[in-house]
Design a protein around this ligand. Structure first.
Ligand code: R5P
Length: 317
């Protein structure tokens, strides 16, 4: 029998952890993170966690490397504090795009992250929208992967979708679009894009499907430099689209992404709050943020109770 449910947060996205706690009427357990002048870090748990069922919330955002180390130290501290079970709740998984050896002599960093967190003490993982579903196989323990599709579709269903078409921003995303097309009962198109080497430069080359006179809804798992999405939006407009909006799960929004979005043909960018946005919201009027904290709260409660989590995914396919 597991002990009490306790929620702790690393320093990456405390606001998100508090929102989860509010939904569950649970108090966030406190930790202390100290940064020493030699760049070492110390993490201390300020609550008794003996025999407790622990959920550690941490996302990947700058400073990315510090947050990775803080996660490892927190997991290790929990293990040495006799927690009964430790679930790492990582809404945006670090290095998630590095999921294959697609160039000679490179690391598969997402697999390395999975191994590090398990070695540090995680017994289970609760994640959201991995870049590829096969990443679940990088773990030797149970992984529950939440999807944002219902959060997005519930928002989109409030619009008049009669002349809409769903568009995959790249071929890799196309296989996930069936879920959106089924729920919204919309046709689909696919953009074939090429990335130039290891740079942020992407070029949309072909369009599979007809978007003439349509309102396009681009879907992607993340927006980082903004290159993919902004080029895709402009490309759709050049191909006769009436308007372009996008639903993207993880708002990484690195580098000059906000400037690119403001200057692009995108009419609206709908994202979730898996990553803190800081002042980006005030710098970009095209952003709409939907909270996935209630979904995480439900999943955490179900994991603690030993109930099925897959009921949260809605209809499959
Ligand atoms: C790539 O395969 C992903 O699905 C996204 O399209 C990509 O990560 C977006 O990156 P960026 O915004 O830098 O073009």
């Amino acid at each position: 029998m597991l002990g009490a449910l306790k929620i702790l947060s690393g320093s990456s996205h405390v606001e998100f952890a508090k929102e989860i706690c509010d939904h569950m009427a649970v108090e966030l357990s406190e930790i202390e993170t100290v940064h020493f002048s030699n760049q070492n870090m110390l993490v201390r748990i300020l609550d008794n966690v003996r025999e407790a069922d622990i959920f550690v919330i941490q996302t990947s955002c700058p400073p990315v490397s510090d947050h990775i180390i803080e996660t490892c130290l927190l997991l290790d501290a929990l293990r040495h504090s006799s927690a009964a079970r430790i679930t790492a709740v990582l809404p945006y998984f670090p290095y998630v795009r590095s999921d294959k050896k697609d160039q000679p002599r490179i690391s598969i960093a997402a697999k390395l992250m999975a191994s590090m967190f398990q070695t540090a003490g995680a017994d289970k993982f609760l994640l959201m929208e991995l870049h590829s579903h096969q990443i679940q196989g990088f773990f030797n323990v149970a992984v529950d992967q939440l999807l944002a599709v219902d959060v997005f579709c519930n928002y989109l269903k409030k619009k008049d979708l009669s002349n809409y078409i769903i568009v995959a921003a790249d071929v890799g995303e196309a296989k996930h679009l069936g879920r959106y097309a089924n729920r919204l009962n919309l046709p689909m198109a696919i953009i074939d894009k090429r990335r130039i080497g290891n740079t942020d430069t992407v070029v949309p080359t072909h369009l599979i499907g007809d978007v003439t006179g349509k309102h396009c809804l681009l879907i992607d798992d993340e927006i980082a430099s903004g290159g993919t999405l902004c080029k895709a939006a402009d490309f759709l407009k050049e191909n006769g689209a009436e308007s372009v909006r996008a639903a993207v799960v993880h708002p990484v929004l690195s580098g000059t992404a906000i400037d690119k979005i403001n200057a692009s043909s995108l009419d609206e960018l709908i994202v979730t709050n898996t990553i803190p946005l800081g002042n980006k919201l005030s710098l970009c009027k095209k952003l709409t943020v939907l909270s996935v904290a209630p979904l995480f709260a439900k999943a955490i409660q179900r994991i603690h109770n030993g109930d099925s989590v897959s009921v949260l995914f809605g209809p499959s396919g």
